[in-house]
Design a protein around this ligand. Structure first.
Ligand code: 3PG
Ligand code: MG
Length: 395
């Protein structure tokens, strides 16, 4: 990738640098339940601060509807960012309004500000180039240079990701460079066997990546809610499990094409409801009761998956195997995470949800080769799509 790094931006002392970070962390009320993305964003912000830049961070949280919504305020994130940086973070209570202007104007060399949620402005995500451009103009007016470090959002053609880069001297931050480096190792010449584990709720979100990986990976292990569409395509009764009926034909095509390179569970944990208190049992995929839904892969499947992964030299994993935030349905995800920690080779955990899941299950981050901060972004990269927020840095 021929993109500049922050060292290429020259002497930054006294310069205002706008940084796009991905600070989209899970919240419970105003409590941050997993701060992984904030921690991943600190090194670039700190490096710019140490270079004497006046650092203006912009980021999104959740999917507010293009107007201020206190539930999605970055306020709690500003506090945590400040703790992790070990320095104050001036928080602007708007994005490009009076508070933002005053906050940016008040920065001294080396100081850091965070602007309120960029998605409080509908222009951020607009499909209209001129609308996004107008917001990008206002953001660019706060800065002398732009650093793209929000890897989790680089697949979005948004004003703060894409359009600002066209208006300012720009560089990729260390997080974006590190993420792209790992993804390139997965796509260019992965050490084989190369295994991919996919989970998560919807197969329709993963069609592109499955199609692309069927030609590249040696095995594709599937779990999570999406697996029931595969089981249905094989003719299994799946009870009340999640089903995307309109994808059955497509999935039949994958199964026919892939043969035994697609590995499916042989048993599942089936429950009467999505609740840790609900009745639940391990059942064979041949005997899922009509009144139950599958919420995790079963123990025999966990052993099967671990066994297949033990022989791999490269593993990419995206998406929990079950409803892993409920302990009764977390064992499949735990087994896959554990298998990744044991691989002799490169193991990559892709994405916000899977990353949060391995941390909440108590795995040490350094037990994995790489934990990506971007789920959608890494999947789109593996699909072979152009990521607008990366492509724009190449100019
Ligand atoms: C994510 O959570 O995957 C990234 O922060 C991007 O968020 P988005 O999917 O709402 O664009
Ligand atoms: Mg996402």
């Amino acid at each position: 990738m021929t993109v500049a790094s922050i060292d290429d931006l020259g002497d930054l002392r006294g310069k205002r640098v706008l940084v796009r970070s991905d600070l989209n962390v899970p919240l419970d009320g105003d409590k941050i339940t997993d701060d992984g993305r904030i921690r991943a964003s600190v090194p670039t912000i700190r490096a710019l601060s140490h270079k004497g830049a006046r650092v203006v961070v912009t980021a999104h949280l959740g999917r507010p509807k293009g107007e201020p919504d206190p539930r999605y305020s970055l306020g709690p994130v500003a506090g945590r960012l400040s703790e992790l940086l070990g320095a104050p973070v001036a928080f602007a209570t708007d994005l490009v309004g009076e508070s933002a202007q005053a906050t940016v104007d008040g920065l001294q060399d080396g100081q850091v500000a965070l602007l309120e949620n960029v998605r409080f402005d509908a222009r951020e995500t607009s499909k209209d180039d001129a609308e996004r451009g107008a917001l990008a103009d206002e953001l660019a007016a706060f800065a002398d240079a732009f650093v793209s470090d929000g890897f989790g959002a680089v697949h979005r053609k948004h004003a703060s990701v894409y359009d600002v880069a066209r208006r300012l001297p720009h560089a990729a931050g260390g997080l974006v460079l590190a993420e792209v480096d790992v993804l390139r190792r997965l796509t260019e010449d992965p050490e084989r066997p190369y295994a991919v584990v996919l989970g998560g709720a919807k197969v329709s979100d993963k069609l592109g990546v499955i199609e692309n990986l069927l030609g590249k990976a040696d095995m594709l292990l599937i779990g999570g809610g999406m697996v029931f569409t595969f089981l249905a395509a094989q003719g299994h009764e799946i009870g009340k499990s999640l089903l995307e009926a309109d994808q059955i034909e497509t999935v039949k095509g994958y199964l026919a094409q892939a043969g035994d390179r697609i590995v499916l569970p042989v048993d599942v944990v089936a429950a009467t409801a999505v609740s840790g208190d609900a009745d639940h049992d391990v059942v064979s995929v041949d005997s899922i009761p009509a009144d139950r839904l599958g919420l995790d892969i079963g123990p025999e499947s966990a052993r099967l998956f671990a066994d297949r992964l033990a022989g791999a030299r490269t593993i990419f994993w995206n998406g929990p195997m079950g409803v892993s935030e409920i302990p009764a349905f977390a064992e499949g995800t735990r087994a896959v995470a554990d298998a990744l920690t044991k691989v002799d080779g490169l193991s990559v955990v892709g994405g916000g949800d899977s990353a949060a899941a391995v941390r909440s299950l108590g795995f040490a981050e350094d037990a994995f080769g790489h934990i990506s901060t971007g789920g959608g972004a890494s999947l789109e990269y593996l699909e072979g799509k152009t990521l607008p927020g990366i492509a724009v840095l190449e100019d």
